[in-house]
Design a protein. Structure first.
Length: 275
């Protein structure tokens, strides 16, 4: 994998939580060479230490920098307009731009970076911080096969990569996997609260809820051939306690319809961020 990026100049603009997680993945796999440029106006101590140890160039403002072979944009979506003028020098006719900005379309990025041709629009999620993320990605027609391979290597350093051929699907990816970890964390909160309501001490209910979700997720991870439906059925005895609970969760007003509304709201917001 590291051979794919040998001699490739890399620039990362925005190194907050997600940008830093990606950079750590690249550093661990030797994907970012010692000439990598990292632009972050408020670097964390962790970022500063990583850049110093890896000989990356850490700057507050990338203005005046030479064009990069790969430019990864990880600033907050709302800051793109303000950041765009300083990014012009990083973009040349052969630059691949990889954006993880929620809601910012290929057309939107091209308008703000006029020299841009090849653009990959991607949406990772926060488990990238432990190498267990998943990223949905779309490449426009100007992205060469070799550039797509570069993007796949960079995005794959923090987890799985799923490519879509229709850019419109990226907003749905954002709503499902990009925002999805928050839904799971809230499930732990809700399950713990329900346990406390059922009479458990709150701290015990929290420990039970957290361990249950952690273990269930690990079962999914270790059994890729088994679908979630099969794993659910394996827990459910006819007429038992789990079946009684699932009758509520799978009812007309249960988790399915509620999740549809939640994902639709997140997808709608992703579209609004494109403005």
């Amino acid at each position: 994998m590291s051979g794919q990026l040998a001699g490739v100049s890399l620039a990362l603009v925005g190194a907050g939580k997600m940008g830093l997680a990606m950079l750590e993945g690249w550093a661990a796999r030797g994907l970012a060479g010692p000439k990598a440029l990292i632009a972050e106006p408020t670097p964390s101590p962790q970022l500063a230490a990583l850049c110093a140890a890896s000989c990356y160039s850490l700057v507050a403002d990338p203005a005046g920098a030479a064009p990069a072979d790969v430019l990864v944009l990880a600033v907050k979506p709302q800051m793109l307009d303000a950041a765009a003028p300083a990014l012009q020098g990083l973009v040349g006719p052969q630059t691949l731009v990889v954006s993880i900005l929620a809601g910012k379309s290929v057309a939107n990025l091209a308008a703000r970076l006029p020299g841009t041709r090849a653009i990959v629009r991607a949406m990772p999620n926060t488990p990238a911080a432990i190498g267990r993320g998943v990223t949905g990605a779309f490449a426009n027609a100007a992205v060469a096969p070799s550039q797509r391979a570069l993007a796949d290597a960079l995005l794959g350093a923090v987890g799985g990569v799923e490519w879509v051929e229709d850019e419109a699907l990226i907003d749905a990816v954002t709503a499902v996997s990009g925002s999805g970890p928050a839904y799971v964390f809230h499930l732990v909160e809700a399950l713990a609260a329900a346990g406390a309501q059922a009479g458990l001490p709150p701290d015990l209910a929290t420990r039970l809820a957290r361990a249950t979700v952690e273990g269930a997720g690990e079962l999914l991870y270790r059994n890729p051939a088994l679908g979630a439906e099969t794993l659910r059925q394996n827990v459910t005895s006819p007429g038992g306690t789990t079946a009684a609970a699932l009758a509520v969760l799978m009812g007309a007003d249960g988790l399915g319809p509620l999740m549809e509304k939640a994902v639709a709201a997140a997808k709608r917001r992703a579209g609004e961020l494109a403005g």
